[in-house]
Design a protein around this ligand. Structure first.
Ligand SMILES: C[S@@+](CC[C@H](N)C(=O)[O-])C[C@H]1O[C@@H](n2cnc3c(N)ncnc32)[C@H](O)[C@@H]1O
Length: 342
């Protein structure tokens, strides 16, 4: 999944920095706060950690149900009496073969729909409608993990054929070739190590409720662009609440999901509050030199908690048509704080 701030290409840097700081990252209890696509959770899972992952967006947690939750292919015995199949391959084929229907996603996200938004081809929007409503029909028979796993697969496959440059703040005027391909649900690869628990929650509320971790990794947004505004369409597919959308691009109401980490006047207080609430032996934090929080401020707050080291690497900026620029000085920073008297 193309995602602003995805750390998949920085895992090597994170690992080397942890090694340099002599932090044991194997077999630990780890919180991944602001977990997004779960790429850092995946790294810790592969190192046999028990991971608690938290993000306040439903599509992010659905993506992690898709690719991280199950250690091996789940079976759907609950559906055997309903559709006659229980193997994942058969379930996906059944869903892939459903006849498209004109529903909410057709009306809101394709050119022939009422709002003429060109996020998906007409065919794909109708398929999203058919598949999403079938998964919803199955909800009462499935454990939540399997339901979210299927929703995550649909969301990820829809993202793959969306007519966007990566975010949903706008759709493209001209069709990109991928968007004209048929949406097809595909099964993920399964990682056979570590256990993950997934939470849709605000990070401050989450850490308040939870016990001490060995490592808390955190990757807050670093600029003022709000994730719910940029991934609204994916959130709609996952939440499936058929809410009335606003404006040319069909934006959800995201007042309650706005992040204080992306609001200049609030970010310092929210950061201090979060750090204050964290109970851990070690805090690891990713940030950018272009972030709205000053790196010296971060260092000062973390140093109050324990001795903190800072690591740097250059990083290519997330690219969409709207966001491309030539800034090559952008540096990704990793703070590693060994908490004292934890
Ligand atoms: C930089 S991205 C994280 C990327 C992630 N590490 C990855 O590799 O994909 C920041 C994430 O923080 C989430 N977020 C922002 N504010 C939040 C909050 N207050 N509580 C929980 N999650 C939040 C956003 O939804 C977004 O997924």
């Amino acid at each position: 999944m193309k995602y602003i701030g995805n750390k998949s290409r920085l895992i090597g840097f994170i690992k080397e920095s942890l090694l340099d700081a002599k932090i044991n990252y194997k077999n630990n209890v780890v919180y991944d706060l602001f977990s997004g696509t779960g790429s850092v959770s995946e790294f810790f899972l592969k190192n046999n950690c028990e991971v608690f992952s938290c993000d306040n967006m439903n599509y992010a947690i659905a993506e992690q149900y898709r690719k991280l939750f199950f250690r091996e292919e789940p079976e759907f015995s609950e559906l055997k009496n309903i559709i006659g199949y229980e193997k994942l391959d058969d379930i996906l084929e059944y869903l892939n073969n459903l006849e498209g229907i004109k529903g909410y996603f057709f009306e809101n996200f394709c050119e022939e729909g009422e709002y003429k938004r060109k996020f998906f081809s007409t065919n794909n929007a109708k398929k999203i409608d058919a598949i999403r409503s079938k998964i919803e029909e199955w909800k009462e028979f499935l454990p939540i993990e399997k339901y979210m796993f299927l929703v995550g697969i649909l969301m990820n496959s829809a993202d793959f054929v969306s007519n966007t440059a990566g975010t949903y703040g706008a759709y493209l005027k001209i069709w990109r070739s991928m968007a004209l391909k048929n949406l097809k649900l595909t099964k993920p690869e399964f990682i056979n190590t570590g256990d993950i628990k997934l939470f849709v929650d605000d990070v401050v509320d989450f850490v308040k409720k939870n016990k001490k971790a060995d490592i808390v990794y955190m990757d807050p947004p670093y600029n003022t662009r709000q994730y719910p505004a940029n991934f609204s369409t994916l959130e709609s597919i996952v939440v499936n609440d058929n809410q009335e959308l606003k404006g040319k691009t069909g934006l959800r109401d995201y007042e309650k999901q706005k992040s204080k980490f992306s609001i200049k006047k609030d970010v310092k207080d929210e950061f201090v509050k979060l750090i204050d609430e964290i109970k851990a032996n070690c805090i690891v934090m990713s940030y950018s030199t272009e972030g709205i929080l000053d790196k010296d401020f971060i260092l000062e707050i973390l140093n109050n908690k324990g001795k903190t080291k800072m690591y740097n690497t250059s990083y290519r900026r997330f690219k969409t048509n709207a966001w491309t620029d030539n800034n090559t000085n952008l540096k990704e920073i990793l703070f590693i704080c060994k908490v004292e008297n934890s």
